[in-house]
Ligand binder design. Sequence first.
Ligand code: GDP
Length: 306
Amino acid sequence: MFDSLSERLGSTLRDLRGKGRLSDADIDATAREIRIALLEADVALPVVRAFINRIKERAKGAEVSGALNPAQQVVKIVNEELVGILGGETRRLVFAKEPPTVIMLAGLQGSGKTTLAGKLGRWLKSQGHTPLLVACDLQRPNAVNQLQIVGERANVPTFAPHPGATGSGELPEGPGDPVRVAREGIAHAKDKLYDVVVVDTAGRLGVDEELMRQASDIREAVQPDEVLFVVDAMIGQDAVATAEAFRDGVGFTGVVLTKLDGDARGGAALSVREVTGQPILFASNGEKLEDFDVFHPDRMSSRILG
Ligand code: GDP
C-alpha cells in the first residue's frame, strides 16, 4: 500500500531540491502536485483540500531557517501535516479503572474483525493482560466457531453461547441474543478474573439498519471502554462512507485499519481519522496473528514520504 503515493510525493519533493529560494509560484506548483498525488491515492476530497491549504499557508509563511534549506522546510511541513491527518500522537488503548476493560469490535463482514480479535488477544497477552474473547456474532453460522479457532491459535480463551462447542457453530435455538451473550461473557470474565474482554460482533456485507441497531444495543448494554471500528483499507473511498455510517449508527472511540499489506492506493487509511475525528489505534497488515501493531502516525508518515 502507498507505493505509488510514496513515489509521487517523493519525486515532487525531490524536484524542490537545489532551489535556493522558493517563490510562491514554486510552492503553488508543489501543492498542485501533492494534491494530484493524494487524489490519485483515493484520499477523500475534503481531506485533500484542508491538507493542501495548510501546506500552502505554512510554506509561504515559513521563515528561512538556518538549519534547513527551503526544500527541506517544505518536506518538514508536509511530514508534520501528514502526521496530523493520521492523528498526531500515538493513541493508546484506554483501560478501565476496574477490570474488566471491555473492547467491542464493529465493522462490515469481511473487514477482519474476527482475525483482529485473535490479534488483539495475542497482543494483549504480550502486554501482560489476561484477555477473553466473546463471540457475539450470532448471525453468520460459522462465526462463533471461527472465533474459537482464532482464539485457540492466539492461545486466548473464547466465551461462546455454548462454551466448548467446536462443531458447526450453530446454536440450539434460533440465532440467539448477542446482547445476552455479551453480558454473560463479561460476567464470566469478572468471575474468572480476565482483565480485558474483546467482544466480536456481527457484520453485514453492506451497512444496514439491523446491523447498526444490534451493535448499538450491545454498546448500550455493556458500556464498553473502547468501541473499535474495523475497516478494510482495501475498500478505498467506500471506507469513508462506511466509517460515517458506523459513527452515526453505533459510535466508536477508535479505528483499526486492516489489510494494509494490500496493493490498494491507501487513501482510506489517510482519510478516516480526519473524516470521523476518531484516532487510528492499530493496524493489521497480513493474515497471520503477528501481522499487527499499534498505529504510530509518525512512522506511517515516514513510510509514505520514504
Ligand atoms: P470478519 O468478517 O470481519 O470477522 O473478517 P475476518 O476476520 O473473517 O477476515 C476476512 C478475511 O480477511 C479473512 O480471510 C482474513 O484472513 C483476512 N484478513 C484479515 N485481516 C487481514 C489483513 O490485515 N491482511 C490480509 N491480507 N488479510 C486479512
